[in-house]
Design a protein around this ligand. Structure first.
Ligand SMILES: C[S@@+](CC[C@H](N)C(=O)[O-])C[C@H]1O[C@@H](n2cnc3c(N)ncnc32)[C@H](O)[C@@H]1O
Length: 283
């Protein structure tokens, strides 16, 4: 999980897409139970940054269980959601049958140029093999004058839900899962400068990158452990590939690290993310 940012080869990009597809097909239901309420903390700021309102025609990229599209729908927007995982799209369709959800990969969106007033993506960016191409493809589908907005996590020392797991894995020395290309880092856009550079480099105007802070209460370490293993693509895969003794050591480290957040209400974990947005203003 090094903070590398070299472009992946075409072969490695395809390996990452396959990993993401298979992991999210497997995780969909458990992700929805544990992690959707946490990613949902970013929905309103994301929609605000994109300027979504009644009548907006919105595309939600990497929609997962479809919660962003569903919230925008409640605001009166016309929504379409896409994700490369069939399992996620099946879940989104069952949960929100009034929304158009389709299986699609971010770099190959099945929509004409300038189709949408707004394009949003909640916590997808770090999963994409070629983020520059992904942002360019999102901008292609945006009408002139429309806004695109992405959320991504802050650094693991501030975003503690995943941070605790990362530190426990690093302490015990577990390796990355073999099916994730070594050149990929889902930490790249935890850096605000990288995040801004990505949006400016795509030719967007009026680029804004804003910090957001919240917290989320999880009943106990067991809920955290099971929830993380059922939600995180890369980190959980690094853990489940280990033998039982190594998994137990990672869990013990997680428990020790989580103790500082224990309160009578449960583990109150800091949640920190950024929202980056920009406008398409070319003719
Ligand atoms: C962390 S989840 C975010 C889901 C949802 N937006 C939310 O707020 O909970 C990341 C999602 O990105 C999807 N994904 C990963 N790579 C993708 C790609 N190349 N194209 C489209 N979706 C992708 C995964 O299938 C997964 O559903």
């Amino acid at each position: 999980m090094a903070n590398a940012s070299l472009p992946l080869s075409a072969q490695d990009a395809e390996r990452l897409r396959r990993f993401e597809r298979e992991r999210h097909d497997t995780l969909a239901a458990t992700y929805h139970d544990f992690f959707t309420p946490i990613t949902a903390l970013a929905i309103q700021p994301l929609l605000d940054a994109a300027g979504v309102g009644a009548g907006s025609n919105l595309l939600d990229i990497a929609t997962g269980p479809g919660s962003v599209a569903a919230r925008a729908r409640r605001l009166g927007a016309a929504c379409t959601g896409v994700d490369l995982s069939q399992g996620m799209i099946a879940l989104a369709r069952v949960s929100h049958p009034d929304i158009d959800f389709r299986i699609a990969e971010v770099e190959h969106l099945p929509f004409a140029d300038r189709s949408f007033d707004v394009v949003v993506c909640n916590f997808g960016l770090g999963h994409f093999p070629w983020p520059e191409a992904a942002v360019a493809e999102c901008a292609r589908t945006l009408k002139v004058g429309g806004r695109v907005a992405f959320s991504w996590w802050d650094q693991p020392d501030k975003q503690r839900v995943q941070g605790l797991f990362r530190e426990a894995v690093a302490e015990v020395g577990a390796a990355l899962p073999p099916d994730v290309p070594a050149g990929h880092s889902n930490l790249r856009f935890c850096d605000a400068t990288e995040f801004r550079k990505l949006l400016v480099g795509a030719g967007l105007d009026d680029v804004r990158v804003d910090d957001h802070r919240a917290s989320y209460t999880i009943a106990d370490v067991d809920t955290l452990w099971r929830g993380g293993l059922g939600s995180f693509a890369v980190t959980a895969s690094a853990i489940v590939h280990q033998d039982a003794a190594t998994q137990a050591a990672i869990r013990a480290s997680l428990e020790r690290r989580a103790a500082v957040y224990r309160t009578p209400a449960g583990l109150v974990l800091p949640v920190a993310f950024r929202i980056g947005s920009g406008q398409r203003s070319d003719q």
